[in-house]
Design a protein around this ligand. Sequence first.
Ligand code: NAI
Length: 413
Amino acid sequence: MSPSSAPTSFPKGEIKILLLENVHQSAHQIFRGQGFQIEAVPRALKEDELVAKLAEGFHVLGIRSKTQVTKRALEASKRLLTVGAFCIGTNQIDLEAAKHAGVPVFNAPFSNTRSVAELVICEIIMLARQLGDRSREVHEGTWRKVATQSYEVRGKTLGIVGYGHIGSQVGVLAEAMGMRVISYDIRPTLPMGNNKAVDTLDALLHASDFVTLHVPETPQTKGMIGESEIAKMKDGGYLINLSRGTVVDLEALARAIRANKLAGAALDVYPHEPESNAETFESVVRGLPNVVLTPHIGGSTLEAQEAIGREVAHVLTKFINSGATVGAVDFPQVELALMPGAHRVLNVHKNVPGVLRDINRLVSDRNANVLGQLLATDPSIGYLVMDLDKEVANDVRKAIAELDASIKTRILF
Ligand code: NAI
């Protein structure tokens, strides 16, 4: 038997969950409701500490952004079934190593969508009224009661670049304030409310009073808004970026603000962001008029933290209880409704020629009746979910676990 293919099947009360970095109580509640055992550590663990802790036999590891889940930690923890990143990013986890260890990794990509959308709405009005500057002036004792360059947002055009989860929410909220909403996306999208999709980025830039960016970081979006794109925006327009720092050329933006080409900008993300609150923020956009700068807090609300706790705990629980991997960031995606009266065998294997033939042979040798089956693969691994008659399922599970290609096998009773 390959060492990592040891059978893993437990009563719920024996599932051990390690939660680091103050994962929100909403997750604890869901795990407690399932009867799982929880151990919580309020801080991140260093690699050696993590290796030692996981050796205690945890089945689930929950982290936030600071714990580095390395290849060594993953390979050392033979009982680990899954990792939950209670945050958005998963760069802190060696996803390749996790996949090869048969460990799906889940995160919470959309739990802070609403928080970001609300901040965008706030900033549209802030920019239109020069609120950041007026507030700072009054704090400094300057009373500058002016109406020049202050506008209502009603009737103005908001151009949304990237009409995904956040972009579409922003559009709905902006329409409630009487804005006209247009959007540009590289894929066909379902327009919400009265949103009109336009065919090109140029068309959006030409027509918008406010341009807000909600694209992911990809080679295509790097430097997407630079000198020539800003030149295509309306004179006196506003630019808002709460997506990723690499999307906007900040030098070009700073020039456009100084030249009064743009009347303002709001930025939450930057190409270079301080790694901790102790570091100073340096950027060419500091000190510019009517430029609202925030420290990457678009998604940082208590509601989002609570939603992240719930969302990740929910997908981890679903994986433990049914083997579903839909939403995993490193794994072939499988979800199969539980078949009453069957036992479910879950097998992660190396995607090598002949492995399915071997599995099918083991099943047919035992005259096992397959009640349901789903296989998903990527170039390196396969993930098989198979529902079998109760009488033979455990025998089949043992035989599959002994195959050389098997990485991880468990059964759900
Ligand atoms: P999403 O994946 O739901 O939507 C992104 C949309 O952009 C998709 O519809 C996609 O087709 C489109 N897109 C991709 N490439 C494009 C291109 N070259 N031109 C036009 N459209 C393009 O993502 P979601 O959840 O709406 O997030 C959007 C951005 O917001 C991401 O960059 C994410 O990292 C960022 N974000 C920032 C936060 C903050 O704290 N400031 C918090 C959460 C997300």
